[in-house]
Design a protein around this ligand. Sequence first.
Ligand code: NAP
Length: 320
Amino acid sequence: MAENRQSTVVITGASSGVGLYAAKAMAKRGWHVVMACRNQPKAHQAAKELDIPMDSYSVMQLDLGSLDSVQQFVKDFRASGRSLDALLCNAAIYMPLLKEPLRSPEGYELTMTTNHLGHFLLCNLMLEDLKNSTAPEKRLVILGTVTHNPDELGGKIPPRPDLGKLEGFVNGFKDPITMIDGKKFEPVKAYKDSKVCNVLTMRELHRRYHETTGIIFTSLYPGCVADTPLFRNHYPLFQKIFPWFQKNITGGYVSQELAGERVADVVTKPEYGQSGSYWSWGNRQKKGREAFVQKVSPQARDEEKAERMWDLSEQLVGLV
Ligand code: NAP
């Protein structure tokens, strides 16, 4: 008799935007969604507002801006007794107007910690859970963005990401260090740098573990989802103009609903089963647009940088 088991996906940052709509799409496809969120009441409320059936999700505490919280989340998840069949690393912060860096409890700059270091630790710890799953196929997907890539139109606007020689990581990444390249604090660049690290992490996971574990590691750019709360910390005028500009001028706009479906496709559909791939639907969104494997930026495909980033991140999150 066929095993009657419901697959489980953990989605980080499922309380808003792309992660919330991906949770809805995954629940619709029959998965159990663990919404891994820093604000549990907000996550419950968001799920309710989107009519996600109550028996298809649970909410668990995870603050990616704190390495202790990541460790605790993994313990809590294991105690829940669920098997992990897919991990979706989606959460991120973007704080373009900051003058001074915020810090994690460990003293690391907060954008890089939330978007990269927290996810890096989570991926490394949860590899074990994915390996233990009896699902025929296991996937780990990390959200990318076009702004990681200056070779693409959407990535040409300065400041451009630049990891340098990772001097900031080499020197411990604590005050007075604020950036991975050890240079002056630039909040927009901190976001872009962290997204380069996300893509490097995916590629390095693939290189290290795909063959031995069979886990499929991918990343994607779902399109410009210009009206998610990601831009809540930008000027109010930007928040008005940006979606209009993406809808009417660049044609890059994608609704949260469509972005959520695209993410769910990459997590579940056989055609997205090529490990190590970065999926995109391009910059101009036409109806029925097909996904393709997109070349990542020169930095994000630099294997030497990936290894170095991996080793230093392991040290910063306490894995070695
Ligand atoms: P969003 O609406 O702001 O959602 C971000 C999510 O991350 C929220 O649920 C937020 O929680 C959560 N989060 C933030 N800090 C966290 C922390 N310390 N611990 C746990 N969760 C935390 O943004 P979005 O636009 O959906 O972005 C989601 C992903 O898509 C990001 O990785 C982003 O880089 C990527 N992306 C977005 C676009 C776009 O155009 N919007 C384009 C390409 C890629 P709260 O609800 O508590 O704030």
